[in-house]
Design a protein. Structure first.
Length: 344
């Protein structure tokens, strides 16, 4: 349960801009007409959308050129698991459902093989239940750790917020032909970084023409023909879900772990662990996590995925670079390796 609990929290080793990958087909053919809007108007529509109760289904794929990692690896301690969880989210396929009620209510279901993991946030109560091993974790918070903070980077809304936050004034904005996503007509807003110091070529966000809700996010690496990551809904209902979905009682035979949220400052996440520190701004941002207790350079799966470089070991893809330094720190970003080495 230790690993499955941490996988729902922000992954220290993976930049938030590429923390999740949910693929869904979209099409411009037959898309309903929407009022013509400028790119700036569509961005305003996206940024100004309000909390939207919904029920949705999603699927997850990625094309980063990495082999799929198993959802759990025996013998991985907390520090190693945090890195592997982030990489597993990027390399493996997933399907799931998301339900949003009031602003402090969320339920995220991740279907993995024959099992299912449920994250339920209802006010101050947070539950995680894993049907594969019959384990559950429960935490009570004092507020301020709302559903959106716990619902992870798997939803289009979360990823679009991270992408828009990465955009700087030099980012070029454009709007392509309207698209259909999950039965809804959307503007196709395209953000193109002008800086050469990022691996991101462009980001496409399907913005619901009625509500401004992000329905799909596609990230394409510089020079690539197709997206490396797509995030979106395959089915969507914008009516409020049944409130009973946010009430949870674990099965009688479940093994329950009580999680005590630790007192923390602005540098700590809800689990009390130190947050990754950001260096740089916009598309060139690098996240750096402090060294943990594990020697990541000796983890077999990481050794296989990385290569020796000056100062440590590196994992390089078209869209993401991760550097594990000789002293155990982890740096990551949608930037070239040289940028990570300079920050290290």
């Amino acid at each position: 349960m230790a690993r499955t609990w941490t996988r729902w929290l922000p992954a220290a080793a993976v930049p938030l801009v590429v923390a999740g990958s949910i693929a869904v087909a979209s099409t411009s053919a037959g898309a309903d007409e929407l009022p013509e809007r400028s790119p700036e108007d569509v961005l305003t529509l996206l940024a100004g959308h309000e909390h939207q109760p919904l029920s949705g289904e999603f699927s997850q794929t990625s094309d980063l050129g990495l082999p799929s990692l198993p959802a759990d690896l025996p013998g991985a301690d907390g520090d190693t698991a945090a890195v592997l969880d982030g990489l597993e989210l990027l390399t493996s396929d997933h399907t799931g459902r998301v339900f949003l009620g009031e602003q402090d209510q969320a339920r995220l279901q991740l279907v993995d093989g024959f099992g299912e993991q449920n994250l339920i946030v209802n006010g101050s109560e947070t539950w995680l239940y894993d049907s594969t091993d019959g384990t559950a974790a429960h935490a009570t918070t004092s507020g301020g750790d709302g559903a959106e903070q716990h619902s992870g980077a798997l939803t289009p809304e979360q990823l679009s917020e991270q992408v828009v936050a990465a955009a700087d004034p030099s980012t070029e904005l454009s709007v392509r032909e309207n698209v259909q996503v999950a039965g809804r007509t959307a503007y196709d807003l395209v953000l193109t970084p002008r800086t050469q110091d990022t691996l991101v070529g462009e980001v496409s966000i399907a913005v619901d023409g009625e509500t401004g809700l992000p329905l799909q996010v596609s990230i394409t690496a510089r020079g690539a023909d197709g997206p490396a990551i797509e995030v979106g809904y395959t089915d969507l209902d914008l009516s409020a879900p049944d409130p009973d979905l946010f009430d949870f009682t674990p099965p009688a035979d479940a093994t329950v772990e009580e999680i005590t949220p630790q007192a923390r400052d602005g540098d700590q996440d809800p689990s009390g662990q130190t947050r990754p520190q950001a260096s740089g701004t916009g598309w060139e941002t690098v996240l750096a996590a402090p060294a943990g207790t594990a020697d990541l350079s000796q983890v077999p799966v990481l050794t296989q995925l990385t290569s020796a470089v000056d100062g440590g070991r590196a994992l390089s893809t078209d869209l993401l670079t991760v550097l594990i330094t000789d002293d155990g720190r982890v740096l990551a970003g949608a930037v070239p390796l040289e940028r990570l080495q300079a920050v290290a």
